[in-house]
Ligand binder design. Structure first.
Ligand SMILES: *Cc1c(COP(=O)(O)O)cnc(C)c1O
Length: 371
């Protein structure tokens, strides 16, 4: 087995473990002006759009950079300068979205619940009734800082009933949890190459409602972040404005082929759900408790309470588990000590069992028994 095939398993929510086929797709250099590369871009965008059934209503606009670049681009392009965003927060990514509004100078208000409490449609109903100046609602679908799932469909219906626009950060759920643009009304849904599609990081994409995108011409504060301009140029020339992440796109193209071969969204969801169930059961057998109750736990990433034993230190634990071939993720909660284990990426239930065995072995080595 080559070094490339023996790479550590990343139990992190992006970057994550990719297949050898996906990594191998990056061994070719592409000319960004070449018609073959343009065809690759068109194919990726149309397959992405197919996953949400958005062909009739939305455009897929790819953007260079990490996921946050695409979130910032969506807010900067689609929220008018005199608009107001209601940001729904129950974790770090919600806070980041509010920060984006602040930095871009878009008026906003926030509604924050505890990190283990989903925002509800009733909350949004009440908030929209109380503040008619809100033009857009921004929601994190799966808040990756804990793994909590927010009720997207119900919230989307309330937002639409009030005649407001919805912006969804679906970064860590897109491709694994079903979102159907024919049923769920939204102006923007944002995701990226290196999450549930199991590509490598480096590009985001925004599914923007075509009418909203057309109406946003000239609104963006930034040249590079202007999704309307990016879309118009792509539509006209088949090319990206500015140098595209060629290898990232080629890897995503290959990752999408494997996604389709596996059975698309239903199969991806099922594998991740099995990963999550296996992880929860095997960790519970060790005495390790998850932070979220099952009904609001998305099968994407699980937050576990750290052992209470004084001999437990995350850095030591992390290093021992890494030496056994698995990369864990630190916790992101301020009140309680936790660590996180991702369920997504090129890994199956057997891989999760082996990861938990490495975790158990590491805790034994550290003589951590008080769980
Ligand atoms: C990964 C992620 C992002 C983007 O983070 P980057 O570090 O910019 O890639 C945004 N929102 C959520 C919910 C995420 O999981």
């Amino acid at each position: 087995m080559s070094t490339a095939e023996r790479a550590p398993v990343l139990l992190t929510p992006g970057p994550l473990t990719t297949s050898y086929r996906t990594r191998r797709a990056m061994l070719v250099d592409w000319g960004s002006w070449d018609s073959d590369f343009n065809a690759l871009t068109a194919s990726v965008c149309s397959r992405l759009l197919g996953i949400i059934h958005g062909q009739a209503s939305h455009a897929c606009v790819p953007l260079q950079g990490s996921g946050t670049f695409a979130v910032e681009a969506a807010v900067g392009t689609l929220v008018p300068r005199d608009g107001k965003v209601l940001v729904l927060i129950n974790g770090a990514y919600g806070k980041r979205l509010a920060k984006i509004c602040q930095v871009l100078g878009r008026d906003f208000s926030t509604f924050e619940t505890a990190e283990d409490v989903p925002t509800t449609a009733a909350d949004v109903e009440r908030l929209l009734a109380a503040d008619p100046r809100v033009s857009h609602v921004a929601l994190i679908h799966c808040e990756t800082s804990t793994g909590i799932l927010n009720p997207l469909e119900e919230i989307a219906k309330v937002v639409e009933a009030h005649g407001k626009r919805l912006i969804i950060d679906a970064m860590s759920s897109f491709g694994a949890l079903e979102i159907d643009a024919r049923r769920v009304p939204f102006d923007a849904l944002i995701a990226a190459s290196g999450k549930c599609l199991e590509g490598v990081p480096g590009m985001g994409f925004v599914f923007a409602r075509s009418s909203a995108l057309a109406a946003s011409a000239g609104n963006c504060h930034s040249l590079a972040m202007d999704l309307q301009d990016q879309h118009a140029y792509l539509a006209k020339t088949g090319q990206w404005r500015f140098t595209p992440p060629t290898h990232v796109l080629a890897a995503l193209h290959e990752a999408l082929t494997q996604y389709e071969e596996e059975g698309g969204l239903a199969a991806r969801h099922q594998r991740y759900a099995e990963n999550c169930q296996t992880l929860l059961a095997e960790m519970a057998a060790l005495g390790l408790r998850s932070f979220l109750p099952a009904p609001i736990q998305a099968p994407i990433i699980v937050t576990f309470h750290a052992p209470r034993d004084a001999r437990y230190r995350f850095e030591d634990f992390y290093r021992r588990v890494r030496d056994k071939g698995y990369i864990l993720y630190p916790g992101k909660l301020t009140q309680v000590e936790t660590f996180r284990v991702g369920c997504i990426g090129q890994v199956d239930a057997q891989g999760m069992r082996e990861a938990v065995a490495a975790i158990a072995e590491s805790l034994r080595e550290m003589e951590v028994f008080e769980i």
